[in-house]
Structure formats: C-alpha cells, structure tokens
Design a protein. Structure first.
Length: 371
C-alpha cells in the first residue's frame, strides 16, 4: 500500500532572502536548472545509500575506537540528529515529548564548539521542533526537511506550500478518525500530517489502514503515505526527504573536509544515513527484522544511550589535537554556531516541471502540456 515518492523534474530558481543575523549566506549565485529531483537544488549529485544490512554494528568499545579516530582527525564536524526517539524519549502522547535537560545542555555545548554545526531534523513542524529543542545555535529541519531554519538560514519547499490547501482538505476528512477509532491521534502540521496509532488496538489499526489507503491510494496525485514508528506519515508527493534536507544544509557549510554524523531512529531517517557518502551513521535501536533493513553503520540499544554518545563525542572533539583549551579567557565555544554557512548562499525556490514523458502523454490525450 505505501509507496515512496515518485521522482519528478524540477528547476531551481532564486528568491530574495530575509536579512537576518547569524549564519552568513551566499547571494547572487545562479543555480543551474536541473532535470533531477529537487534534492539537487544546486548541490552535488546525490549519493545513494551505502547499502542495507539487517543488522548494524553495535557501538561497542571497538567501534567507538573507529569513530573516535575519525572525529579526532576531522577539521570540522556536523551532527545531524533526530528528535523523537533519538534526542527525546518516545512517549504515548506526542504532545508530552520533552528534551531532557541534560541532553539539551550537551547539545548546546556541542553546537557552539569551534568547528561544529548541529542540525536537528524531524517530522514535527518547524515551529514545534524549535520550541521543544530551544537552542538558537542549532539548524532545524521540520516536516521531514520541507522547511529548514537556522541563524540567517531559511528554506521552504514551495511546491509543498502550494499543496497546503489540499492538505487542509484532507486533514478535515482525517479529523474524524479519533472519533471513529479509539487510540488514534491525528497530528496536522505545516506541510505534512502524522496519524499516530500507538494507543489503538489491533482491530482499530486494521480499520485505520483500510481508511487511510482509501483516502490516499498509491496513485494519489498530491500525497504519499509512508510508515513511521507506530504511525503513518502523509507527505507531499515530492522527491524530497531527510536525506535531501541534510544534503541541502551540508552543501552550504563554510568549511572543508567536513565529517558528518547522522543519528536517528525512525524509518524516515534511512534516507539521511547514506545521503552524505562516508558519514558516521548511528541508528537508535537494533534492526533484527530482515524486512526493515538499515543502512546505518552503527547502532545503539536504545534512546537512553543517545545523551552518553553526544557527551562522548563532545569530549573527543574537545580533546582532539589542536583543539582550543577551555578556560575563562578561551572557552573554546562561540555564542552562535561553531561553523558558518557559506557567504552569498541564496534562499532557493523550486518549480515543478512536468517530465517529457508526462507532457507527451498529456498531449496525446488532448490535455494541457505546458510546464
């Protein structure tokens, strides 16, 4: 029933950006038109997933030594991390999810270290995610990366914006689900909708699957449904995901020889694990199910280990050769992000263009063939 978004043709353009302080952006850079998916948006050619294995390697002492060697020798570090199930524990009611104070403190310290950038990506809306994390030096990617914001940095996928009314109409129909099916919760966001069924019984889950597949069939023109953790994710039918979002952010960082670290727990995080080539990818939770393999290199037993891993990474970065010493005069930290975004970087817009095959088919059927 559930499908991946089908690729379409896109042509990036340039919009004036909002002047804000903080991370510096490029200006006046022309992005060449591309017939690839919008994940390009002027980026280098997307890198496919490294490969799927049913089991990733536990981040034990031996694997930590591998990671430590790479982190200690890196000149710049970028940490992409999820929220629910990664930074914050999974809870029955998504509204009650909270970032533990200790984790927030470690994340803020890491995000302001010289040479470090932290980005938090999530299926939550941008405003919700930013409010729950509450760290100004972090870059945020909400709605699975359809909207991105950091100091002086903002991106919003315009094609997703054009479907907001269609999503509102769909959400109106979905709003009756909690009344029909006990334990089902509908979370309407800016560009996406999540249907949670963690509290629903088996019969309600079966009915829910039938209803959702009827409202959003696999050939729906505007939206696609994917599986989340005890949830269904309804997203615009665009070739855009967390992997495309982290590439978009990554290409704008003003540093060379970046070492990316990607930490997540959800099936939607799989797109990000292999998006940056030789990244250190860490999945929270093992994957014993061969039907749901992972491309992550390493794994943790559970969410409770995430804070320890972040603290460990912070310690490795602070103690690496040539790192600034922590003292009253030279704390080794900044008030903003530890890495800058390249100057003159534009805020991008993308415009959907029908593929050549689609135009030919429409022309043969006598329909409009204009892009």
């Amino acid at each position: 029933m559930w499908t991946e978004a089908e690729p379409r043709d896109y042509s990036p353009g340039v919009l004036p950006r909002r002047p804000t302080a903080g991370i510096r952006l490029r200006s006046e850079k022309k992005i060449a038109s591309s017939h690839s998916a919008p994940s390009n948006l002027g980026l280098s050619e997307p890198v496919g997933r490294i490969g799927h294995t049913p089991m990733c390697k536990p981040l034990d002492e031996e694997c930590r030594a591998e990671v430590e060697a790479r982190v200690a020798s890196a000149s710049s570090l970028v940490v992409y991390v999820g929220f629910d199930g990664t930074l914050a524990p999974i809870v029955v009611d998504p509204e009650l999810a909270r970032l533990p104070d200790e984790t927030q403190s470690i994340l803020e310290d890491l995000s302001t270290r010289e040479g470090v950038l932290v980005a938090v990506t999530s299926g939550r809306s941008l405003a919700d995610l930013r409010a729950r994390v509450g760290i100004p030096s972090v870059v945020y990617g909400g709605d699975h990366g359809l909207e991105i914001e950091g100091p002086s940095l903002r991106f919003e996928h315009p094609e997703a914006g054009r479907r907001k009314q269609s999503l509102a109409d769909l959400n109106h129909k979905l709003s009756a689900l909690p009344l029909l099916l006990s334990g089902v919760h509908v979370e309407a966001k800016n560009f996406c909708t999540t249907i949670h069924y963690r509290q629903a019984d088996e019969l309600s889950r079966e009915h829910l699957r039938t209803i959702v597949s009827s409202l959003i069939p696999t050939d729906h023109p505007d939206f696609v449904v994917t599986d989340g953790k005890m949830s269904y994710e309804i997203r615009p039918r665009l070739d855009w995901n967390k992997g495309a979002a982290v590439r978009w952010i990554h290409e704008r960082i003003k540093a060379s020889e970046l070492l990316p670290i990607v930490i997540g727990d959800d099936p939607t995080d799989e797109d990000a694990y292999g998006a940056l080539g030789d990244a250190i990818s860490i999945r929270v939770g093992h994957t014993p199910d061969p039907d749901r393999p992972t491309s992550a290199r390493y794994c943790l037993n559970g969410q409770s280990q995430v804070a320890d891993v972040l603290r460990w990474l912070l310690g490795v970065w602070r103690s690496r050769p040539g790192a600034p010493e922590d003292s009253q005069d030279a704390p080794g930290r900044r008030t903003g992000p530890g890495l800058n975004i390249k100057e003159s970087s534009p805020i991008l817009n993308v415009r959907v263009r029908r593929s050549s095959a689609m135009r030919k088919r429409l022309a043969s059927e006598g329909g409009p063939a204009s892009g």
